[in-house]
Design a protein around this ligand. Structure first.
Ligand SMILES: [Zn+2]
Length: 313
């Protein structure tokens, strides 16, 4: 039995109503303020929105971040893996490294198990870098069930890896990237449906862009809107983390690692405007008929049940 994920009206199989699943994801980074993790998590929880927080595992050991991160499951959020250090060494390894280069994934997996008493289910590469064959095999071997690294049809020149294929020909629908590993692409069209895009486009254009992606998802089989934010987007009283670099002529030349850096200076920094924009984006998501927020790990079982993924084990 199979139905399109974006079916516009609810369909019932057995006792489960099929609605319009939407995945909200929040990527954490070392430059975030630790307390913002808890604030963002509670803000979402109070509104009945479960989310997937992608966390670089080095932060599990950080005394400021750790209590907020280990608290996330109690607020009904999923903690996924966002690499270990989230740096260009890991990005290179994920794109074209060998199994030996990818050992940080094993380390990261162990740290996760020690912190949460269970294995991680979902993975997102740092900066949505493309995954090479060795990285995909490694993720499958470690038991990951969901990947959300793909940004279908993203423009490489605007990414952090401008000379790599940034998922330009990737499929837009949910699909199996490898046996047992479900790809839930981050919604994308030239730009990802993600915090850096929202902060660059500003409120009205960001909202229009999101509505365009939602319109597409509702009309195409197998699409699950998957939207990314940062914890600073949920905080109205402090500016998002400042760029670590200064603007120079070099900022306008695409760097192999980092791309066109001037883009980070284009982003909105007024915390109240950022927060208002986040509220408007969430409102657009919640306003979708039959909208139902899901953690990425929930999609795995759900898609098996709905016949969109074969049951393999
Ligand atoms: Zn990241």
């Amino acid at each position: 039995m199979s139905h399109s994920i974006g079916h516009p009206s609810p369909v019932t199989i057995g006792t489960a109503a099929i609605s319009f699943p939407i995945a909200l994801t929040v990527d954490l980074h070392a430059e975030d303020r630790p307390a913002d993790v808890g604030r963002a998590a509670r803000w979402l929880h109070e509104r009945g929105i479960p989310a997937t927080f992608f966390v670089p595992s080095a932060l599990f050991m950080h005394p400021g971040f750790r209590p907020h991160i280990t608290d996330l499951p109690s607020l009904n959020h999923e903690v996924g893996s966002h690499g270990h250090q989230h740096d260009f060494t890991e990005i290179h390894a994920l794109m074209r490294g060998t199994a030996a280069d990818l050992d940080f994934l094993r380390q990261s997996h162990m740290l996760y198990a020690e912190s949460f008493g269970c294995a991680p289910v979902s993975f997102r590469s740092p900066a949505w870098c493309p995954l090479g064959a060795a990285a995909i095999d490694f993720l499958v071997a470690l038991g990951y069930r969901v990947d959300s690294s793909a940004t279908p049809q993203r423009l490489p020149i605007l990414s952090s890896t401008p000379y790599a294929n940034t998922w330009v020909s990737a499929r837009r629908s949910v699909h199996e990237l490898a046996p047992g590993l479900l790809e839930v692409p981050t919604s994308c069209l030239l730009l990802p449906a993600a915090s850096p895009t929202w902060l660059t486009l500003r409120r009205r254009a960001a909202s229009a862009f999101l509505r365009l992606l939602l319109w597409e998802a509702r009309r195409s089989a197998g699409r699950v809107p998957c939207v990314q934010l940062h914890v600073s987007d949920f905080v109205s009283d402090a500016a998002p983390p400042a760029p670590e670099e200064t603007l120079s002529l070099r900022s306008f030349l695409p760097q192999v690692d980092g791309g066109l850096r001037f883009k980070v200076f284009l982003r909105e920094r007024d915390p109240q405007r950022v927060f208002r924009m986040t509220q408007e984006l969430i409102k657009a998501l919640r306003g979708q008929p039959e909208a139902r927020f899901v953690r990425l790990r929930d999609l795995d079982g759900e898609l098996i049940y709905r016949g969109l993924r074969p049951l393999r084990r």
